[in-house]
Write a protein that binds this ligand. Structure first.
Ligand SMILES: Cc1cc2nc3c(=O)[nH]c(=O)nc-3n(C[C@H](O)[C@H](O)[C@H](O)COP(=O)(O)OP(=O)(O)OC[C@H]3O[C@@H](n4cnc5c(N)ncnc54)[C@H](O)[C@@H]3O)c2cc1C
Length: 521
């Protein structure tokens, strides 16, 4: 055990926010405005976030002549394939307009049309044009810029390592920084650590998307749910042998008229879904995976050659293509699916509260019930803004509570080497899964060694390992296909599984499913 007094450094705060993306900085600002002493820690730099990379935009109801909260709720629930919490969806969607107005007040600039009104585009699964964007396809960079410019104090290069609790809830956070292991005494910790894309060999996510918040929450006694629902983006730029973070070809490219074709020039989605190339992401990803398998290739193409003003509307996509030697104005863009978004995560209410007093979560790491079995495009920046703000406000409820970390250590944790784990998850828990592959993955993960993390990379590997195990456990129990979870051995949805699957860490350190779920297949 490491008594707090022996840590390299100590600090105090009313609230520690873990993560400097849209959810974390929005929460930190909301809490600071209410007088809380807030410390934000971020293991990366100011733009090492998924927020920075968001292209398409923010889904938010604007013009009530052509859109409504009801319509946005209906589209969200349709994408969520029966697992959205409709009350949570309505609450978050209804909060969108105010959240975007607050961001605009902070200085974020969204694209406007010739009439001066904010432009709105359409993306897969949306029944109308409701996606606002900035800099063409650089929405996330503008959101991140505006939030960074708010000047909130952030300790960069500092990785949250363990949430410390006692029987009344959170009392502190262990943090690994350049100064060594530190202890922050605090009654409230807000996890805003983003996604888990680094579970897979190819992802749209930045290198830091290593599921840290899920591991921190499980360790602190909170439940996670819906972690088996990983959304694979249908279209990342394919280059032979390319792994790690892959450039995204935004869905808005299809929204503006580009079409998906295979090497023979045939449509990939014809006859698959009434919305064709603009069907929900799981449908398009499966159609591509299926075509790739049938043709024995590793990619299909996006034909954007006919789109006027492509380079101006999509400067980020254009730059990525040109860097790979492809001119989208004259050439087909090679594309393939890659891990993109964690629909599930730490179980919270719409104010970011978990079941552990003083532990909050918001943004991609959280599971509010907004996304169900599949996220609707551009609903995640929305969620980060709305729930981030509310979680920052909720943390006021514990400010002033006297807390002190007595003693705490980093604990030994299961550890699988990163490249092995990514290969395992890519082979057995990707766009299409089956019982045999998931069982292979489970056996290998169960045989992992126990290590005390020595550094930030060790913390990430341990977080990925426990999250992979939770995902595989839930995916084995979900003996059906629903949303972005497809089982080739159970191709239909099952009414008896029309509920979320929770996973938690038992007192023996083993992951557990609640009793209502039958034995995994
Ligand atoms: C390429 C791409 C395009 C996208 N396009 C869109 C879009 O158009 N519209 C949309 O709505 N969504 C989009 N998304 C999804 C959306 O960007 C993310 O879901 C959202 O930005 C997540 O925000 P966040 O605040 O939860 O996490 P992030 O923005 O990822 O921030 C996470 C933060 O947590 C920090 N962190 C992580 N672990 C630790 C730790 N242990 N200790 C300390 N700090 C830690 C990181 O350093 C980072 O600062 C896109 C995602 C990607 C990758």
């Amino acid at each position: 055990m490491t008594p707090a007094g022996e840590a390299s450094w100590e600090a105090n705060a009313d609230l520690v926010v873990v993560g400097g993306g849209v959810a974390g900085l929005t929460a930190a600002r909301a809490a600071s405005l209410r007088g809380l002493k807030v410390l934000t820690v971020s293991k990366g730099g100011p733009t090492d976030t998924a927020t920075q990379y968001a292209q398409g935009g923010i889904a938010v109801v604007g013009d009530l002549r052509t859109d409504s909260v009801d319509s946005h709720v209906a589209d969200t629930c349709a994408a969520g394939a029966g697992l959205c919490d409709e009350d949570a969806v309505r609450s978050i969607v209804a909060g969108g307009a105010d959240a975007v107005a607050a961001l605009t007040d902070l200085g974020a600039v969204f694209d406007r049309g010739r009439d001066g009104a904010v432009s709105r585009t359409r993306e897969g699964g949306h029944s109308t044009r409701r996606i606002i964007h900035a800099g063409g396809d650089a929405t996330g960079a503008e959101v991140q810029r505006a939030l960074n410019a708010a000047g909130l104090p952030v300790l960069f290069g500092a990785a949250a390592a363990r949430v410390v609790t006692n029987d009344r809830g959170v009392v502190g956070l262990l943090v690994l920084s350049d100064e060594g292991l530190g202890v922050i005494h605090t009654p409230s910790v807000l996890l805003a650590t983003g996604g888990l894309g680094q579970l897979y060999s190819c992802s749209t996510n930045p290198p830091g998307a290593t599921a840290d918040g899920i591991a921190l929450a499980l360790d602190a006694g909170a439940a996670v749910a819906d972690v088996e629902f990983v959304q694979f983006h249908p279209t990342v730029l394919f280059t032979p042998g390319g792994i790690g973070r892959r450039p995204l070809i935004s869905e808005a490219v299809r929204g503006e008229g580009a079409i998906l074709v295979d090497g023979n020039g045939d449509s990939v989605t014809a006859g698959v879904h009434p919305m064709g190339d603009l069907a929900p992401r799981d449908v398009v990803s499966r159609a591509i995976a299926d075509r790739i398998r049938r043709l024995g290739t590793d990619h299909v193409y996006l034909d954007a050659r006919g789109l006027a003003g492509f380079a101006e509307r999509f400067p980020t996509v254009t730059a990525s293509c040109l860097a790979a030697g492809i001119d989208p104005a004259h050439q087909l863009i090679p594309v393939a699916p890659a891990a993109h978004y964690a629909c599930g995560g730490v179980v919270t209410d719409v104010h970011g509260r978990t079941e552990v007093s003083g532990l909050y979560a918001a943004g991609e790491v959280a599971r509010t019930g907004l996304h169900g079995a599949n996220r609707l495009a551009s609903n995640s920046l929305l969620e980060g803004l709305v729930v981030g703000e509310r979680a920052g406000i909720a943390a006021v409820e514990r400010s002033g509570l006297p807390v002190e970390v007595g003693s705490a250590d980093l604990r030994s944790r299961p550890h699988v080497a990163r490249d092995r784990m990514q290969a395992l998850m890519t082979a057995h828990a990707s766009v299409v899964r089956d019982g045999a592959g998931l069982s292979t993955a489970a056996s290998e993960l169960a045989g992992s060694v126990q290590l005390v993390p020595a550094d930030a990379t060790g913390l990430e590997d341990a977080a990925l390992t426990v999250t992979a195990a939770a995902l595989v456990l839930a995916a084995r129990a979900r003996t059906e296909s629903r949303g972005c979870h497809t089982r080739s051995d159970f191709p239909e949805a099952s009414e008896s599984l029309r509920h979320g699957i929770e996973v938690r860490l038992g007192s023996d350190g083993e992951l557990e499913l609640p009793e209502l779920v039958t034995a995994p297949n």
